[in-house]
Design a binder for this molecule. Sequence first.
Ligand code: ADP
Ligand code: MG
Length: 291
Amino acid sequence: AVPLVVAISTSMGAASGLLVRDRRGLEEARNLDAVIFDKTGTLTLGEFRVVSMRVAEGLSEDEALRIAASVEAESEHPIARGIVESARERGLEVPDARDFQNITGKGVVATVDGRTYRMGGPGMVEGVEMPEALRKAAVEAGENARTAIYLIDGERAVALFAVADAIREESFEAVKALHDRGIEVAMLTGDSRAVADAVARELGIDRVFAQVLPEDKADKVKELQSQGKTVAMVGDGVNDAPALATADVGVAIGAGTDVAVEAGHIVLVRSDPRDIPRIVALSKATRRKMV
Ligand code: ADP
Ligand code: MG
C-alpha cells in the first residue's frame, strides 16, 4: 500500500505541475547533492534560429538554407526545427528529401535533388573537406556562443549555419534556489564546449559536461554517483532516457519526448526548471510528516 503521506504529497505534486511516476525518486530528492541539467530544451528554450551563415563558392545563401531545411525536415531535433523555421521565415520553398536518416548525437543524412547531404555539428565533419571560410565562420560562431552546424555535400562542407537558442528566464532562479540549498548544479550537453561554457557562465553553473555523446550521458551521472553523491538528472530528449534511468532522481520535461517521460521518476508538466528545487522542498516536507 502507498503510505498516506506519500499519496498526499503526490497529489500536492500534481497540483503544482509535477507528475510522480515512481515515488522512490521523490523520496530520494531530499538527499540530493547534485542536479545535472540537459542544456537544450531544459535550461534553454530549445527554439533555435539561424542567426548567420557562410556558404562555399558557387552556392547562394538561399539555396544552402533551402537544402539544409529539406535535409532536416523530418528530424525532431530542436536545431533541425529551427533551421526549417528559418527557411520558412525567408519564404523559401523546401523540396522533399528522400532516404532520411538520423545519426543520434551528430546530425542527419538525406538525399535532395539526387544528391546526398549531411547536416551536423563538429561530430559530423571528421574527414570532410573544409573550405577555409567555413572553418573561420565556425570559430566565430563558437566565440559568439553559437552552435555551428555544417551542410556537407558528399565529402565537402558547403555551408556553415550559426544557430542560437535562448536561456529560459526560469533557469536563473532554479540554479539560485538549488545553490541556496547547497546543491551542486551541473550541465550536460552534446553541444560544443564554447556554447556550453557560455551558457554555464551566464547561469552560474558549477560543472559542465560538453560534447557528450548520447551513449555517454549516463556515465556522467555515474561519475558523480561514484563520488558518493545523490544525483538528479533533468532532461527531455530520447538521448537523455538512459541518464534519467541511472539517476537517483530522474526528472523528465513534460514537453519532451515520450521515451524521456517514460524513463523519469517525475515528470515536469509545466517544463519549468524551478520545479526542481520545489521537488526537493516537497520531498523534505514529506519526510517531516512521516517522522
Ligand atoms: P543536446 O541534446 O545537448 O542538444 P544532442 O546529442 O541532441 O545534444 O546533439 C549533439 C550535437 O549534435 C548538436 O549540438 C549538433 O551539433 C548535432 N546534431 C544533433 N542532431 C542534429 C540535427 N538534426 N541537425 C544538425 N545537428 C545536429
Ligand atoms: Mg536535448
